[in-house]
Every structure is written in structure tokens, then in C-alpha cells.
Design a protein around this ligand. Structure first.
Ligand code: C5P
Length: 295
């Protein structure tokens, strides 16, 4: 019998992101605060009668076989030996190359969906191990909410997620590739930059503070702004529109502003849209206290 599972895959913002030097394995260690948000993709995952078949339907910036969805199916099959055919339909809302973790969240939602569809009862730890093979940010999305994330992305310390603020997201109309952003960072900052290094304990105690008092930063912001002046321009516009805190998310290109509540955020969206071209996404989003939801 054909069965289906639907899942909502939320985006994230990095309230803080400190990147350290490149490691021997080619990845960088980092220390970050990840916050899941209400902007989300939707997945419908079905089993198919034809064994081994993989169907992927959605609008992606790469061929279906290169998507994190496809890689997630391959990782799940290798781990469980289940070769049943699978179809995945993705309703994409999270822009690609945005620093919002869309591809990683899709992969995490896929793994949870497959685990439910085939009743494999994999532990969160096993799922996170599979997810880390697909992308560094996948393990976080299996936990969701808010967390301090360290290592390459696999060390997760959940925080009591707050929901007393609203976000305005600005996708400035051009994508930023993750690998490209890391290369740019290495070039611009060969000796690790001497940036402030906030220990995890400081991040944890700063998170509950009023957003205007957050000491958070993003290592990618200056190098990416160096080649894309729109970054600094939109951060300035967000602050001028009343953001208590404004930063770039992840390796870009999305900028986010933090506001005291939904009304303030909506008002800022109205102001910011006046400057926006059609390919620039300006929207309100809200922090989530949880992760992926199977619907
Ligand atoms: O794991 P993910 O697919 O997100 O990584 C894409 C690329 O970003 C990697 O190939 C690597 O070049 C870079 N990266 C890194 N350090 C990390 C995460 C990603 O250097 N912690």
C-alpha cells in the first residue's frame, strides 16, 4: 500500500556565528546560536511500489540528484537497507543560497519522514549522524528551537527557546554559496582575524537579554559585505526601520532584523518594501520553540 507523511521544514537564522580556522578535514570549526523560525518548506514523502525508484519534485537551484533530499534518501537506505521506492514533493518557500538553512532543513525533515514512514525508529543521535553526512547544519534541524552549535555543526546544546520577539528577513535578491563564502573568509582573514571569541557560557547567558544588548556578531558579515555593498545597505535600512538588532544570517545573503513584536515588524516590512525590487524578499518571521513538525 502507498503511504505518505507530510512535514514542515523550518528555516533558521544565526543570531551569532563565529567561524574559527579551517581544519585538516577542510571544514571550519564554529560557535553559533541557531534559531529555528516560522518561514518553512513543506515536504510530502510517499513510498512507491517500484523498489529503488526516487522521484523528487520541486523547484531547486541544482539537478534533483544533487539535492540534500536525494542525498538524505541515499544515506537512509545505506543505514537501514530499506530500498522501497520513494517520492518527495517539496513546496519551496525558503530561498536557496540565503543562509537560512533551507537545504539542510529539508534533509532533516526528509530523514524524520522516512523514519516515520518505514517505522525504523532510529534514535535522534543516529538520525543526526546520517544528517551530518548530508550537510553540516542538518543535525541542528533535527533538534530545532534554539541551540548553541559547535564543532562543524554536530555539537548541539539546546537552549530554552524564547519567542518574545519578531524578525524581519530581507533576502537581497542574490544567493551566496556556502563553500564560496568560506573561501572568501579564508582569503580575507587568513590568520583567524583576531575577532572577539565569546565562549558558549557567554552566549548562553546573553541569549535571554533584550536583543538591543546582544553582543552577537557574524564572522562572514564583513567579507561578504566587502563584495556585496547591498549587505551593509540593508543592515542600515533594518536599523533605521527600528530593528533592535540586525545581522546577516549564516554565510549570507539574508539579513535579519529583530523587533519587539509582530506589529513593529509588520510596520518595518511596510517601510522596507518601498525600497525593494521584485526579486527581493522582505517578510516577517517568528522564532520557533520546536523543530520539524510531521503533519
Ligand atoms: O556541510 P555543508 O554542505 O553545509 O558545507 C558546504 C561547504 O561549506 C563545505 O564543503 C565546506 O567547504 C564549507 N564548510 C566549512 N565548515 C563548516 C561547514 C561548511 O568549511 N563547518
Amino acid at each position: 500500500m502507498e503511504k505518505a507523511v507530510c512535514a514542515r521544514a523550518p528555516a533558521k537564522v544565526n543570531l551569532h556565528l563565529r567561524v574559527f580556522g579551517r581544519r585538516k578535514d577542510g571544514f571550519h570549526s564554529l560557535r553559533s546560536i541557531f534559531q529555528a523560525i516560522s518561514l518553512a518548506d513543506e515536504l510530502t514523502v510517499r513510498s512507491l511500489k517500484q523498489p529503488e525508484r526516487i522521484e523528487i519534485d520541486g523547484v531547486f537551484d541544482c539537478p534533483p540528484e544533487k539535492t540534500t533530499i536525494y542525498q538524505g534518501i541515499v544515506a537512509f537506505r545505506e543505514a537501514t537497507g530499506i530500498q522501497t521506492g520513494v517520492s518527495v514533493k517539496v513546496g519551496k518557500t525558503i530561498p536557496a543560497g540565503a543562509g537560512l538553512g533551507g537545504g539542510s532543513s529539508d534533509a532533516a525533515a526528509l530523514l524524520l519522514s522516512l523514519d516515520s514512514l518505514f517505522a525504523t525508529r532510529l534514535s535522534l543521535r543516529d538520525l543526526a549522524g546520517l544528517g551530518a553526512r548530508v550537510g553540516s547544519d542538518v543535525p541542528f534541524f533535527l533538534y530545532g528551537g534554539a541551540a548553541i552549535v559547535e564543532g562543524r555543526g554536530e555539537l548541539i546544546r539546546p537552549l530554552a527557546a524564547r519567542r518574545d520577539y519578531a524578525l524581519v528577513l530581507v533576502f537581497p535578491g542574490f544567493p551566496m554559496g556556502t563553500a564560496e563564502a568560506f573561501r572568501l573568509l579564508d582569503r580575507e582573514r587568513p590568520d583567524d582575524g583576531g575577532e572577539a571569541d565569546l565562549p558558549a557560557s557567554v552566549l548562553e547567558s546573553a541569549y535571554p537579554l533584550p536583543p538591543g544588548d546582544w553582543p552577537f556578531a557574524n564572522s562572514f558579515e564583513a567579507p561578504v559585505a566587502g563584495i556585496h555593498p547591498e549587505i551593509a545597505l540593508w543592515l542600515e535600512r533594518l536599523r533605521a526601520a527600528g530593528a533592535l538588532f540586525a545581522r546577516m544570517s549564516g554565510s549570507g545573503s539574508t539579513l535579519f532584523g529583530v523587533f519587539g513584536g509582530a506589529a513593529e515588524a509588520e510596520q518595518a516590512v511596510g517601510v522596507l518594501r518601498k525600497n525593494a525590487e521584485p526579486d527581493i524578499l522582505v517578510c516577517t518571521a517568528f522564532p520557533l520553540a520546536h523543530g520539524i513538525s510531521l503533519l
